[in-house]
Design a protein around this ligand. Sequence first.
Ligand SMILES: [Zn+2]
Length: 372
Amino acid sequence: MEALPEAKTADNLFVGGRVVLPGFVDSHTHLVHAASRAEEYELKIAGASYEEIARKGGGILNSVKRVRAATSEALKKRALSALREFAANGTTTLEAKSGYGLDVTSELKILNLHQELLREQPLEIVSTFLGAHVVPTEYRGTPGGPQRYVSMLIHRLIPEVAERKLAEFCDVFCDRGAFSREQSKRILQAGRQWGMLPRLHAEQLSRTGAAQLAVQLKAASCDHLEKVNKSDIQALAKSDTVATLLPGCDFHLGLKEYAPARALIDAGAIVSLATDYNPGTSPTLSMPMILSLACAQLRMTPAEAIAAATINAAYALRREKSIGSLEVGKQADMAVFEVADYREIPYYFGWSHCWMTVKRGRVIHAAEQAPI
Ligand SMILES: [Zn+2]
């Protein structure tokens, strides 16, 4: 390396005694949103279900109302401060979904922000169109309303998003209270025709058959999977569709049932982990915390959890050739941890030991040296 011309101007980074990993790839986030939903937190603690809160006007539609009312500048400011925290926790690439706009103007506002943020700060952002998050209020309560919304997505919004090149992937929340398997299939097929690869929110609140739909459509990933059955696990194990697990959701909602990570891994499925950073069900952007949950609750080993949060997640974003591992020819995306052993990263939970984060060979986060 010393012989390379670039080496003359390169900085030497001394990270002696610490653990260096590939930067985390967070393959499922709802980065752009207007505000927290802390006001729903006490209702959840008191026992209200996610769906009960949604019926009272809370939940996703609450976030939609606020995103529609928010200026692009306000949304950007909030996203930028989150991105700094992602970097401080060792994340170097993240996926970001729209889905809190649910009309043409507001969905484009979010997706345009993904592009702006990608240009203006160092973390890599992979944009996903999630117009099919839930049916927005104005299409509810009238017969055929949901069908009209699906039709608007297919004929109006998906073509517009594709023509403006605002998203690589198209996602659908296929579940009770959101979109049916049939609707999801039509939306994802339309997305694919316009060049956006499918991914799915699947089998979170109820089993709908979404995981097998994901396999059938050769989706890049299907995410959540708390309710999968044996045949879903078999289907995923035989496929290239990544099973992305989001234990932060179950933890935050106080649910006892986590996705069957062990059964998926033992069957041979490609398992990845992500934060699902969002204001309703998983308000965390810490991949180290997700690793702790994966080890304690999903019974993954620290090595499995780290592979799931790096190379497998890179594959879920179809970027396995450029990121997700430390190899010649890949981007130098690295996270350095102030620990003596990689197992200490999930072992210490709830606080970050990330000491330095490097994106494409440049330091983008460095812990301050504590005064002694
Ligand atoms: Zn999600």
